[in-house]
Design a protein around this ligand. Structure first.
Ligand code: NDP
Length: 242
């Protein structure tokens, strides 16, 4: 009985991942989190008996802690098999113009610090599964923009995202740290770039539809093994240099 949690599931990539998880016969419990459950109308319209919608604001430690308690009630003694950290924000900035510090803080908080706090609060549930089934998996939706090595290859029109890229480089380090620190607990962590996707964040100019990205991505996440622990992949399985 596989259980999967997806953060930021009310729209965009998170919503696509949730839809494809619900269609996968190997997955029995899908927990979709939304910052505001009342307005998560698309999620509610999925109306599947396997779907549980719960509140999680990545900027609030209390909200994350409450979500972990609710998930514990939903999954019971089985623990949580997969934790997908997808919620994210992106803002533009120019290095040589006035910078809004609050926007930089928000990106670091939602994109990098929240995945750490979420991993920390959900650790007991992941550990429970890993002890019973041999492994549990954290998947972090990062971005190729977090790659320090490929920074010179970023196209000119995306160079306005330095603060966002910094937050993704930070969450990449979190992936590596978890893969090392929780190796003996058999809790694995892997990070992914979903590609440039047609969402509110990616805009309609993006190359990929949500399905183009999330169909292969969810297949990849559900088939992760020990070999993928602490690694960085594109949605199609290609490795990304750190
Ligand atoms: P969207 O802007 O379409 O959706 C973002 C999601 O994150 C929404 O569900 C939003 O909830 C949620 N979110 C934002 N802030 C918070 C918060 N404080 N607490 C909880 N949830 C929050 O983005 P995408 O679907 O495109 O992006 C999903 C992930 O993929 C992100 O991590 C992004 O960085 C990454 N990514 C996307 C790319 C793209 O081209 N689209 C490219 C590379 C990476 P709400 O509706 O309440 O705002």
């Amino acid at each position: 009985m596989t259980s999967v949690l997806v953060t930021g599931a009310n729209r965009g990539i998170g919503f696509g991942l949730t839809r494809h998880l619900l269609a996968d016969p190997s997955v029995a419990i899908v927990i979709a989190t939304a910052r505001n459950v009342d307005t998560a109308t698309d999620l509610k319209a999925l109306s599947s008996p396997n779907l549980h919608i719960i509140q999680l604001d990545a900027a609030s430690e209390d909200s994350i802690a409450n979500a972990a308690k609710k998930v514990a009630e939903i999954v019971g003694e089985n623990g949580l098999d997969f934790l997908i950290n997808n919620a994210g924000v992106a803002y533009t900035m120019k290095l040589n113009e006035p910078i809004a510090m609050a926007k930089l803080n928000e990106q670091l908080q939602v994109n990098a610090i929240a995945p750490l706090i979420i991993a920390n609060k959900f650790y007991p549930l992941l550990k429970k599964t890993a002890a019973m089934k041999g492994s549990a998996q954290i998947a972090i939706i990062s971005s190729t923009g977090g790659s320090i090595e490929t920074a010179p290859m970023v196209p000119k029109d995306l160079q306005l995202y330095t603060g966002y890229f910094m937050s993704k480089a930070a969450v990449n380090m979190l992936t590596r740290r978890i893969s090392i620190e929780w190796k003996e607990d058999h809790i694995r962590a892997t990070c992914f770039c979903p590609g440039w996707v047609q969402t509110d964040m990616g805009s309609q100019r993006a190359q990929l539809t949500v399905d183009d990205s999330t169909i292969p991505l969810i297949k990849l996440i559900l088939s992760l093994t020990e070999d993928h622990n602490g690694k960085y992949y594109r949605y199609n399985g290609e490795t990304i240099p750190w």
